[in-house]
Ligand binder design. Structure first.
Ligand code: SF4
Length: 387
């Protein structure tokens, strides 16, 4: 698992304190006029003034670095060795902290907009906080200006991004203008779009490729509200989806499969096909063992091998109706062969791993593997390499 955030070791204390975003470069000869926007990545510190910071990868730790009074230099711990030119990092110079926000070579750049939420889902991977974190939205606005325009896709997540209201709409508008070739995946519980005016204003942005990923955990409103721990959520989410489609927005329905959703998974897929056949995609997703899932594991865990027939039946329903549907976050050896046409390798690269016993598997290249957290805490007892 890649560590995206962590402390960095200051070798000099030059310059003003503060925080900023920098694009990584390995080029010590950039024009002086633009150097302050870059973090120079080198093995050892160089006499190359003007860069926002220098990041030294000599993890061996030479403590006899010649002092360079006008350059801010940090030594990177080994877990940041994945950083490459073109990546974008946030550096908090006061706390000596680095967070990787964008990796040039990754297809899984997911940007956290807020940790605030009006749900309290049993399996929330990003447990909600009440503190004002609107700096995340401002930082994302700065980030969008720096992301290369040939980037294929980025994701916006929370928390619940729509709690920003109009400011979120502005962010999507900015993304459309400054990243016109980049598709957006926005994860939301959809409730805010139950307000028709809000849905209409969102649609007015007319982003050419923005998909809203919205969860429906059951066809039974009471069960859905229980899973998200919010009364009335099902009705608002349904209204939100209807409004979004009324205004021509792309919607993906996401169902996380666990002990509280598996019993009605087939009914839920039938409900979606009968009532929401116009959505653009349905994803049936495996459980990530992180956040609230860990303390709620007894309430949530069911071995994917044990629900493989229900997954097949649910997929059969979706396919029968011609729904565009996928199975995410599962291992190939615990699903039935009939769902393979819908099977996707979906786990973000920075948290995707395999077991040691996977090494001889002849289908490892097709298999989506595990969340790092599943590998560490809980995974199917039926993992069997193909031979
Ligand atoms: S053995 Fe490992 S690599 Fe092979 S299908 Fe199962 S989980 Fe995937």
């Amino acid at each position: 698992m890649l560590k995206l955030g962590g402390n960095i070791d200051p070798l000099t204390q030059a310059g003003e304190y503060g925080d900023a975003l920098f694009t990584i470069t390995a080029d010590p000869f950039l024009p002086k006029s633009i150097r302050n926007r870059f973090a120079l990545l080198t093995e050892d510190s160089l006499d190359a003034p003007g860069y926002g910071v220098q990041l030294v990868t000599n993890n061996g730790g030479k403590d006899d670095e010649a002092p360079r009074p006008n350059v801010r230099i940090y030594r990177l711990p080994v877990h940041f060795n994945y950083l490459r030119p073109g990546d974008i990092v946030f550096i908090d110079n006061k706390r000596h902290f680095l967070r990787t926000l964008f990796r040039r070579e990754s297809r899984h750049n997911s940007i956290l907009l807020t940790e605030q939420c009006n749900h309290y889902c049993l399996m929330c991977s990003q447990p909600p906080k009440k503190t004002d974190d609107s700096y995340l939205l401002r930082r994302t606005s700065e980030l969008i200006k720096m992301i290369p325009t040939d980037t294929r896709s980025i994701g916006f997540t929370g928390g619940e991004p729509t709690l920003y209201g109009e400011a979120l709409i502005e962010l999507i508008r900015q993304a459309k203008l400054q990243l016109p070739n980049t598709s957006i995946g926005l994860l939301t519980n959809g409730r805010r779009f139950g307000n028709k005016d809000f849905a209409a204003r969102f649609a007015e942005v007319d982003h050419p490729d923005c998909m809203l990923g919205i969860p429906i955990y059951s066809d039974d409103p009471v069960r859905h509200d229980y899973v998200v721990q919010a009364r009335g959520a099902f009705d608002e989410t349904m209204r939100g989806i209807l409004n979004l489609k009324r205004y021509g927005q792309k919607v993906e329905i996401r169902i996380v499969i666990h002990k509280q959703t598996i019993n009605r998974i087939v009914n839920t897929c039938e409900f979606i096909c009968r009532n929401l056949l116009f959505v653009d995609h349905v994803a049936l997703m495996g459980l990530e063992i992180t956040g609230f899932t860990r303390p709620n594991l007894d309430l949530l865990w069911i071995d994917p091998y044990e629900y493989r027939d229900a997954l097949s039946e649910a997929m059969h329903v979706l396919n029968s109706y011609g729904m565009n549907a996928s199975v995410y976050n599962h291992q190939l050896c615990v699903v039935n062969r009939d769902v393979e046409r819908n099977y996707r390798k979906s786990i973000s690269d920075w948290k995707n791993e395999y077991l040691e016993k996977c090494a001889p598997c002849t289908r490892k290249g097709e298999c989506g593997g595990f969340f790092s957290s599943s590998k560490m805490y809980k995974h199917s007892a039926y993992i069997t390499p193909f031979v």
